[in-house]
Design a protein around this ligand. Structure first.
Ligand SMILES: [Ca+2]
Ligand SMILES: [Ca+2]
Ligand SMILES: [Ca+2]
Ligand SMILES: [Ca+2]
Length: 302
């Protein structure tokens, strides 16, 4: 990203972009000064530039003024509100970091699960701003619906999955953000997790990382189940508080999986378990006996 403009440069930019529909002037992520009829193109490889709002540089049918990825197809949504569309954002869940990603790959911190090893790429991001397409397969039709930019899973007494496929990668991070509306009384064990498995006949690896609440238990646990082992730890605080924002994140590499659950940005617990080394091209969100709302899912692989 271009360095912040000096006060003098901003003044010049304002002057040069004051005319109606003027394009080609200078702007930046912190100074979107492009005059009437123009917008600041933050995704131009040459640097932020003022362009016509009504044009369509990439010809994807989304006019520049509504296109957050002006130079590639898509770009209708910008989950983290940083002006860079979900399809072209090197980290679609956080604004650009103060310092660039150290390994210079296509994934920026904090989305890069291994910021010192190049080669990571975003295999899947969905901010749930559009209706679920045919690429997503629910266990129970109608259990998952997109409402107001979130994916809502309604009360299902048995464990419910919403699956999709991603490119295979031996190193893989699966992360999701969610809120809990309420625990439902249709079952005595409640769960929210991210999940991955290899569905092929020769595939054996699987993992599930999230939280479990048992009505008769002594507290919430952070839970990691793999095809080899189960690891749990008592959650530091409630893992099913309707006022909190949670994230579940699993990272599989080689023969090991790590699982961390955050509540309002603080770690509720982290566990590790062995896994059969494998690439797991099927990922899912999963829940049981809750009503929950997911804001996004992110899968990064290498
Ligand atoms: Ca466009
Ligand atoms: Ca576009
Ligand atoms: Ca963005
Ligand atoms: Ca990396």
């Amino acid at each position: 990203m271009r360095a912040r403009l000096s006060a003098i440069a901003i003044g010049l930019a304002l002057a040069s972009c004051s005319g109606a529909s003027e394009t080609g002037g200078t702007c930046s992520a912190t100074a979107l000064n492009c005059g009437a009829g123009a917008i600041c193109d933050l995704t131009d490889p040459a640097g932020p530039t003022c362009i016509s709002a009504t044009g369509d540089i990439d010809g994807d049918g989304i006019p520049n003024g509504k296109d957050f990825c002006e130079h590639q197809a898509g770009g209708a949504h910008d989950e983290d509100n940083d002006g860079i569309g979900d399809e072209c954002d090197p980290c679609p869940i956080a604004k650009p970091p103060a310092s660039p990603d150290r390994d210079g790959d296509a994934v920026d911190s904090p989305c890069d699960p291994d910021p010192d090893t190049a080669g990571d790429e975003i295999l899947l991001f969905n901010g749930f701003n559009d209706a679920l397409g045919s690429a997503w397969t629910p266990t129970t039709p109608g259990a998952w619906t997109v409402q107001g930019g979130e994916l809502v899973v309604t009360n299902i007494p048995t464990q419910e999955y919403l699956r999709t496929n991603v490119a295979e990668a031996p190193n893989m991070a699966i992360e999701a953000s969610y809120r809990i509306d309420k625990l439902e009384t249709t079952a005595t064990t409640h769960l929210v997790a991210v999940h991955a498995h290899d569905p092929r006949p020769a595939g054996v690896a699987s993992l599930e990382c999230g939280v479990v609440h048992a009505d008769s238990g002594t507290g919430d646990v952070v839970d990691l189940e793999t095809n080899q082992n189960t690891a749990t730890t008592r959650a530091l605080g409630s893992a099913f508080n309707s006022a909190s924002l949670y994230q579940a994140a699993a990272y599989a590499s080689g023969n090991n999986v790590g699982c961390t659950v955050l509540g309002d940005g603080h770690a509720l617990g982290a566990v590790q378990a062995p896994v059969t080394a494998d690439a797991e091209p099927s990922v899912a969100l999963t829940a049981r006996a809750v009503t929950a709302r997911f804001q996004w899912i992110l899968v990064v692989g290498r």
